[in-house]
Write a protein that binds this ligand. Sequence first.
Ligand code: SIN
Length: 325
Amino acid sequence: MKLKLILASTLLAFGAAVHAAPMVIKYSHVVADMTPKGQAALKFKELVEAKLAGKVEVQVFPNSQLFGDGKELEALLLGDVQFIAPSLAKFGKYTKQLQVFDLPFLFDDIAAVDRFQASAAGQKLLSSMEKKGITGLGYLHNGMKQLSANKPLNVPADAAGLKFRIQPSDVLEAQFKSVGGNPQKLAFAEVYQALQTGVVDGTENPWSNIYSKKFFEVQKYIMDSNHGVLDYMVITNTGWWTGLPADVRAGLKEAMNESIAYGNKVAFIEAANYRDKVLAAKKAEVLPMSKADTAKWRAAMKPVWKRFEDEIGKDLIKAAQGANM
Ligand code: SIN
C-alpha cells in the first residue's frame, strides 16, 4: 500500500513537471508589425520558442496595444512587461547621455550610427540605466528621420511658426525651437490624428513609420532631410533579468542578439522600399533637400549641440562624431 502511494505521488510529481506551464514573457512596442522593430519582436518570439521550447512563451503586443509611450517604461519597472524597445529619444527621465542620439545632423547616415553603437562608448551606454533598474540588451535600428509638413520645408525659415509633433525629448524640443517652430511632445499613437486634425502641422520620423502609420496621407510634403536618427534600445528589468535561471537567461540573450541582427538587416534593406511605397501612394510629395539647403538647416540647428554638451558629455559627442567617415 505504502509503495503504491509513493509510486502514485512520484508519477503525479513527474506529470506536473512534464506539464508545467511555460513562463510567459511579454514584449510590447508601439509600431506596426511590418517595421524593423515589429519584425525583430516577432523573430524574437520565434527564436525563443524554438530554443526554449516548452519553457518560455513570448507574447508580442505591437501598435501600443498593451502599453503606449507614456506607460511602457513604468510598466517594465513594475514587471508588467519584460521587454520593450523605446526610441532612444524616450529615455530622458532615466539618463541624459542617450540624448546624444537626438542631436541634429550628428550622424551622416545609419552606417555611422551603427559604428557608434558598436563602439566601446556606444556599448557602455547599454548599462547607463542599471542603477534605475533598466538593462540595455542591444540597439535596434529604425533609420534616419525625414521632416514633413503641409508646406515644403526647403530652408529653416519655412518651419517658423509651425507646430511640430516631437517625441518626449528636450533635445528635439530645442531642435525645432532653433528654427522658430513650436514643438509639442505627443505619444506616437496620437500622431496621425494630431496631423489630420491640425493639432500639429508637421513632424519627423523615418520612412518605415511614415509608411506603416500612413502619415503620408495627412502631410502634403516630406523632405528627404535625413537630419537625425530614430533608433531603439531593447531593454529589460534588471532585477527580473538577473533573477532568471542561467539557462533561460542565456537562451533569451542569444535569441535577442539574433532578433536584433535580423531587425537591423530589415532596417538596412527596407528603408528605400518604405520610401518607394510612400511615393507610389501619390498622396504626399517627396522633396529632395539640396546640399546648400541642408547646410542651412545644419547651421540653424547645430547650436543645440552646445546647449546639451554638459548633460550629454563632450567626449561622448566627440566619440559619436568620430563614427562618421
Ligand atoms: C517608434 O518608432 O517606436 C515610435 C517613434 C515615435 O514616437 O515617433
